[in-house]
Write a protein that binds this ligand. Structure first.
Ligand code: 5RP
Length: 220
């Protein structure tokens, strides 16, 4: 059983006719977009914005109407994945490198629904290295400043090239170990000049749909 698919398809039930919908990024959000595409073919009328070029391409191929972000004042619902979810519904995101657009779209959504398989549930955030998007300018200084927050940094690469986000920036994966105070860390990282944003999503998720391996879907 594909648990990512089960969680994603469950969440698509929350989408209603006429809604403005944010499309997430990653292998779980992929299944939500596929299901939305099916529903659009069946007659569902929505407008959507995508959190990455990859998701936008997928949506266009499926006939989901995509509109430019600037033409929207707000979104009704966004369905997106996560790398880690704790019991407060705080998240680590950005494993796919789309955290900045994901955070912008989440911020402007009335409802953020996270979809995941049970492996993403954790007691304490931080086993998954925290993705941080940084501008290429002054790369070394920004890396040093991140390391002074007590983490090991790894500049993300893709096929031996530096990974470049849809916004032309780099991603640093920061291993902090257990993140006991996520909100504090989030703000400390944002205080570093050169950092654009980080993958901590604190107090943003409204609903988390978890598919368990015994087939049970849990809504948190
Ligand atoms: C992309 C993300 C993804 O939602 C997150 O990495 C989860 O990915 P997947 O569903 O492939 O496990 O934040 O930037």
């Amino acid at each position: 059983m594909n648990m990512k698919r089960i969680a994603a398809e469950y969440a698509v039930q929350y989408i209603e006719d006429g809604m403005k919908v944010g499309l997430g990024t990653g292998s779980t959000a992929y299944w939500a977009i596929q299901r939305i595409g099916e529903r659009v073919k069946e007659g569902l009328s929505i407008q959507a914005v995508a959190t990455s070029k990859v998701s936008e391409r997928q949506a266009i191929e499926l006939g989901i109407p995509i509109i430019p972000f600037r033409e929207l004042d707000s979104l009704d619902v966004t369905i997106d994945g996560a790398d880690e979810v704790n019991s407060d519904l705080d998240l680590i995101k950005g494993g796919g490198g789309a955290l900045l657009r994901e955070k912008i779209v989440a911020h402007h959504s009335k409802r953020l629904i996270i979809v995941a398989d049970e492996r993403k549930l954790v007691q304490t955030l931080g086993q998954f290295p925290l993705p941080v998007e940084i501008v290429p300018f002054a790369l070394e200084w920004t890396l040093n400043a991140l390391q002074r927050l007590d983490c090991r940094t790894q500049l993300r690469t893709d096929e031996e090239q530096l990974f470049v986000t849809d916004n032309g920036n780099y991603i640093v994966d920061c291993n902090f170990g257990s993140i006991e105070l996520p909100f504090k860390l989030h703000n400390e990282i944002l205080g570093i000049p050169g950092v654009v944003d980080n993958g901590l999503f604190i107090g943003r998720a409204d609903l988390v749909v978890i598919a368990h391996y015994d087939g049970i879907v849990e809504v948190l």
